[in-house]
Design a protein around this ligand. Structure first.
Ligand code: Z16
Length: 837
C-alpha cells in the first residue's frame, strides 16, 4: 500500500514512473529496446515480422499505461458500469487502430521509416484476431471502440479461443477449412492475468436441506471443476485517454486437478481430465445464424457466464453496497441468447449463496440485464435439451423451472384459461425430449429487449415475441439500430478519403460526430471536388485489383464497375440469386452482336465469405461461383465485359481493402430475414452505392440518403408470407429468365451439372423458400439500372458523395449513446492524464 510507504519511497516511485514521452527518438529507443531485450534479437538484420513485433510491444506499453490510468481512476470513482457479454469479438488487427486512436500513427510512421522499415509492410505482418463469425462479432468490436471513444465505463467479457474462425481455402472450387491457430506467436495485444483465476463447476447433484427458519436451501455439490484465467485486451478510445477492457477467459485444469484420481494411482485418467478442461476454450463454433446444440458449446456458455459474473460480483462487493443497489452500479447487456445463463447464475448466487429471498433476488436480476436479439430465423433460435442440461447444470435447471413456474403463474393470472398461450410462452418447450427456449428465458429475465434495426425490432414484436408484448406491454421492446465505427471503417481503411473529408470540412471533428459529414453536400456541385473523389475511389480499386491478382490469379480492370457481395454464405442472403443473375448476364452478352457489346458496361463481380463447415447447400453455392468464374473469365467472347472472382478467406483485414473499393455492393436478403446488416453501412459510408431489398437497415439507409442514391428491388416483408403461400398452393411458375439460367446449368455449361442438382432443387416451385424466383425479374432490372447510372460518371459521383454525406446516423457512437441513455442508464467518465504509470 502506497500510503504506508516512507516519503522517500513514494517520491522515488513517482519520479521513476513517469510515462515515456511520445517524440520520435523516445519511440525509436523503445522499439530498439524491445528488439534487443524482449525479442532478444540483433538490432539490425530484422525481418518485417520481427519489426512488427517490436513496434507492437512499444505500442502495447503505451496502451498499458492508459489502461492502468483508466482502470485506476474508475476504481476510485466507482461509477455505474456496463458489461457487454459477447461470445464473439471480431477485432481484426490492432496495431494501426491503436496508433490512430492514440494519435501516434504519424510519429510511429516517422520513427519506423528512419529505422529502415515501412509502416504498411509492418501493419501487414499482423494476423487478425478473428474470434467471431460475422456481423454479431464485428458489431461487438465496433461497440467496444465507441464505448471507449465516448468515455463510457465499460468492459467486454468473452472467451479466449485458441482457434478463431477457420481459414478458408478454395481447392478445386470447393471451400476447405484450415485451423486458425492465431496464438502461434506471442500475442502482444493481450495482458495475461495469471493471478486472476476463478473456479468453475459442472455436473454433480443438488443437496436440499432446511435452514433454522425452515426455509429450503439448495446446495450444488459439483462433479468437476476447471479454472478460468483472465486475459485482458485494452481498447483505446479515439483521441481520449480512456482505455477500456475486454476480459477474455481461458480454461485450465484446476491446480489440484483430480487429486482423487492421482491418489487412486490413476495418473492417465487425471491427465485426461486435465486435457478436457483445456478443451472448453479451444475453438470458436463456426456457425453464423444457426444453432449447433453441442454439449461443449453449452459448457463454453456456462464457463464464460459464470466466470464473468463472479468477476462482476466481486467488483461490486468491494464497494460495500447493499445488494439492492446492484442495478444502480451494474448493467449487463446480453449479446444474443448465448450469455442467457448469466441470468440464472446471478439468481443462483443471490438465492443460494447470498441467501436473498427469491423475489428480492429476481427483482435485482431483471433490473440488471438487457437482451439484444439479432435474428428471427427459426434455425438460429437457441434451445438446449433438458436431459443434457440437467447433467451439466442440475441446480441451474431447477432454477429455470422455478423461473418458468412463477412466470407462467403470472401469465395465467392476467390471461386465465388459455393453455395455448401458456404453451407458447413457456420457457420449456414440450418436445421429446423437453427443450429450454433460451430466447424466452432472456426475455423473462431482462428489463429491455432490443432488435438491431427498425424493421427487425417491429418484426420481433409481431412474430417471435408477440405474446410477450401482449403480456409485458410495448415499452419493454425497443429498437437500437446497429452502427459501425467510422474510425476503423473510414479513417483507417480509407485514409485518402478521410484526408479529403477533413480538408473539405476544415476539421476532423466528424470522426467523433459523424453527422458533420452533411457538410460534404455543398461540394456535390463542385466538379473539381468530384474529380478528386473519383480519383480516390479509383486508387482504392487499383489496390483491390492487386489483391485479386494475388489471391485469385485473375486480372481485372479498375475501370470496370466493381460489384461486391461479401458476407457469410447463407441461403437467406441469396448469394445464389446473385450468381444466377451473373449467369443471366453472361448469356445475354454471349447472344450479342459486336455492336451491341460495345455499349455493355464492363463489370467485375466480386464474392467473398465463409460457409459454416456443415452447411452443405452454402458450400455448393461457393462451388457454383467458382465454376461460373472459371468459364466466364476465360471466354474470349466476353473479355473484360464480365469477370467473376471469389476472394478466399474473407476477414476483417480483407474487408478493409474491399469496402473502400466498391462501386456497388449487394445486400439482397429476402425481405424480413436480415436483422440489420452492417456491411451495407460500411460500403455506403465509403461512397459505394448499394443494391438491396427492403430489409434490415437498408430501409433506414434509404431514408437517410434518399431513393435516388440506392437501388431497391424485390418484395416487401409483409408480402413474403403471401408469396410463399401462392407459390406453394397456386403453383406460380418459375420466372422465365431464371428458367433459362437453370437450363444452362443443367446442360453442363458450368462443369458437371450433377454437382449442382441439390442446389437447383431448392428452386423447385413450391420450395423456393427465399423467393429467388419471385424477386428475380426486379433484381435483373435493378442491375440494369446500375449499369445505366454508372455510365454517367459525373452523376454517379454526385450520388456517391451524397451517400457518404448522409451516413451520420450509422455511426456506432449513435447506437452506443442510445443504449447508454435508454437501456443502461450510464454516464461518461473522462480519464485525466496524470502522467504516471
Ligand atoms: C450473427 O452474426 C447475426 C445474427 C445472429 O443471430 C447470429 C449471428 Cl452469429 C447478425 C445478423 O444476421 C445481422 O443481420 C446483424 O447485422 C448482425 O448480427 C449484428 O446485429
Amino acid at each position: 500500500e502506497k500510503a504506508k510507504w516512507p516519503k522517500e519511497t513514494v517520491e522515488l516511485w513517482t519520479r521513476l514512473s513517469k510515462k515515456e514521452a511520445n517524440d520520435v527518438e523516445t519511440i525509436q529507443r523503445s522499439i530498439i529496446h524491445h528488439v534487443t531485450t524482449t525479442l532478444a534479437r540483433a538490432a539490425y538484420n530484422l525481418d518485417n515480422f520481427s519489426a512488427y513485433q517490436a513496434v507492437a510491444l512499444s505500442t502495447r506499453d503505451r496502451l498499458i499505461s492508459r489502461w492502468n490510468e483508466t482502470q485506476g481512476q474508475l476504481s476510485k470513482k466507482d461509477p455505474k458500469r456496463v458489461y457487454y457479454l459477447s461470445l464473439e469479438f471480431l477485432l481484426g488487427r490492432s496495431m494501426d487502430n491503436a496508433l490512430l486512436n492514440m494519435g501516434l500513427k504519424d510519429t510511429y510512421g516517422k520513427s519506423i521509416e528512419q529505422l529502415g522499415f515501412n509502416m504498411e509492410d509492418i501493419i501487414e505482418s499482423e494476423v487478425d484476431a478473428a474470434l467471431g463469425n460475422g456481423g454479431l462479432g464485428r458489431l461487438a468490436a465496433c461497440y467496444m471502440d465507441s464505448l471507449a471513444t465516448l468515455e463510457y465505463p465499460a468492459w467486454g467479457y468473452g472467451l479466449r479461443y485458441n482457434y478463431g474462425i477457420f481459414q478458408q481455402r478454395i481447392v478445386d472450387g470447393y471451400q476447405t477449412e484450415f485451423p486458425d491457430y492465431w496464438l502461434n506467436f506471442d500475442n502482444p495485444w493481450e495482458l495475461p492475468r495469471l493471478d486472476i483465476s476463478i473456479q468453475i463447476s459442472f455436473g454433480g447433484h443438488v443437496q436440499t436441506s432446511q435452514d433454522e427458519y425452515g426455509v429450503t436451501r439448495h446446495n450444488w455439490i459439483a462433479g468437476q471443476s476447471v479454472q478460468a484465467i483472465a486475459y485482458d485486451v485494452p481498447i483505446p478510445g479515439y483521441h481520449t485517454e480512456n482505455c477500456n477492457n475486454i476480459r477474455l477467459w481461458r480454461s485450465k485444469p484446476t491446480k489440484t486437478f483430480d487429486l482423487t484420481s492421482f491418489n487412486e494411482g490413476n495418473y492417465e485418467r487425471a491427465v485426461e481430465d486435465a486435457t478436457n478442461a483445456e478443451r472448453i476454450t479451444s475453438v470458436l463454433y463456426p456457425n453464423d445464424n444457426t444453432m449447433a446444440g453441442k454439449e461443449l458449446r453449452l459448457k463454453q456458455q456456462y464457463f464464460w457466464t459464470a466466470a464473468s459474473l463472479h468477476d462482476i460480483v466481486r467488483r461490486f462487493k468491494k464497494s460495500m453496497r447493499e445488494w439492492s443497489d446492484l442495478p444502480d452500479q451494474v448493467a449487463i447487456q446480453l449479446n444474443d441468447t448465448h450469455p442467457t445463463l448469466a441470468i440464472v447464475e446471478l439468481q443462483r448466487i443471490l438465492v443460494d449463496v447470498e441467501m436473498l429471498s427469491w423475489d428480492d433476488a429476481w427483482d435485482i436480476v431483471t433490473r440488471t440485464f438487457a437482451f439484444t436479439n439479432h435474428t428471427v430465423l427459426p434455425e438460429a433460435m437457441e434451445k438446449w435439451s433438458v436431459p443434457m442440461f440437467e447433467y451439466l447444470l442440475p441446480r441451474h435447471l431447477q432454477i429455470i423451472f422455478d423461473i418458468n413456474l412463477y412466470f407462467l403463474q403470472k401469465v395465467e393470472l392476467k390471461f386465465p384459461n388459455d393453455r395455448g398461450l401458456l404453451n407458447r410462452m413457456s420457457i420449456i418447450e414440450e418436445a421429446q425430449p423437453q427443450q429450454i427456449r433460451m430466447a424466452h428465458l432472456a426475455v423473462v429475465g431482462s428489463h429491455k429487449i432490443n432488435g438491431v434495426a427498425a424493421l427487425h425490432s417491429d418484426l420481433i414484436k409481431t412474430t417471435i415475441f408477440k405474446d410477450f408484448v401482449m403480456y409485458y406491454g410495448e415499452e419493454k421492446f425497443v429498437n437500437k439500430t446497429n452502427g459501425i465505427t467510422p474510425r476503423r471503417w473510414l479513417h483507417q481503411a480509407n485514409p485518402q478519403l478521410s484526408t479529403l473529408i477533413t480538408e473539405t470540412l476544415n476539421s476532423d471533428k466528424w470522426l467523433k460526430d459523424l453527422s458533420l459529414l452533411r457538410g460534404l453536400e455543398k461540394k456535390v456541385p463542385d466538379a473539381e471536388f468530384r474529380k478528386k473523389w473519383r480519383a480516390i475511389k479509383r486508387a482504392n480499386k487499383v489496390r483491390l485489383a492487386e489483391l485479386i491478382k494475388e489471391r485469385c490469379h485473375v486480372e481485372v480492370s479498375p475501370d470496370a464497375l466493381f460489384d461486391v457481395q461479401v458476407k457469410r454464405i447463407h441461403e437467406y442472403k441469396r448469394q445464389f440469386m446473385n450468381i444466377l443473375a451473373v449467369i443471366h448476364r453472361y448469356r445475354t452478352i454471349k447472344s450479342m452482336t459486336p455492336a451491341q457489346k460495345a455499349s455493355v458496361q464492363p463489370r467485375v463481380v466480386i464474392f467473398g465469405g465463409k460457409a459454416a463447415p456443415g452447411y452443405y447447400i452454402a458450400k455448393l453455392v461457393i462451388k457454383l461461383i467458382n465454376s461460373v468464374a472459371a468459364v466466364v473469365n476465360q471466354d474470349p467472347a466476353v473479355g473484360d465485359l464480365l469477370k467473376v472472382v471469389f476472394i478466399p478467406d474473407y476477414n476483417v483485414s480483407v474487408a478493409e481493402v474491399i469496402v473502400p473499393a466498391s462501386d456497388i455492393s449487394q445486400h439482397i436478403s429476402t425481405a424480413g430475414t436480415e436483422a440489420s446488416g452492417t456491411s451495407n453501412m460500411k460500403f455506403v459510408l465509403n461512397g459505394g452505392l448499394i443494391i438491396g431489398t427492403l430489409d434490415g437497415a437498408n430501409i433506414e439507409i434509404l431514408e437517410e440518403i434518399g431513393e435516388d442514391n440506392i437501388f431497391i428491388f424485390g418484395c416487401a416483408a409483409q408480402e413474403v408470407e403471401d408469396l410463399r403461400h401462392a407459390q406453394r398452393y397456386r403453383g406460380v411458375p418459375m420466372d422465365p429468365a431464371l428458367q433459362g439460367v437453370i437450363s444452362a446449368i443443367e446442360k453442363g455449361v458450368f462443369e458437371d451439372p450433377k454437382i449442382f442438382q441439390p442446389l437447383i432443387s431448392t428452386l423447385t416451385v413450391g420450395k423456393d423458400f427465399y423467393l429467388i424466383s419471385a424477386d428475380f425479374a426486379s433484381y435483373i432490372t435493378a442491375n440494369q439500372q446500375v449499369d445505366i447510372a454508372y455510365k454517367n460518371q459525373d452523376e454517379w459521383s454526385k450520388k456517391s458523395i451524397r451517400c457518404t454525406a448522409n451516413m451520420g446516423k450509422f455511426s456506432s457512437d449513435r447506437s452506443v449513446k442510445e443504449y447508454a441513455d435508454e437501456i443502461w442508464n450510464i454516464k461518461p467518465y473522462t480519464v485525466i492524464d496524470e502522467g504516471f504509470l
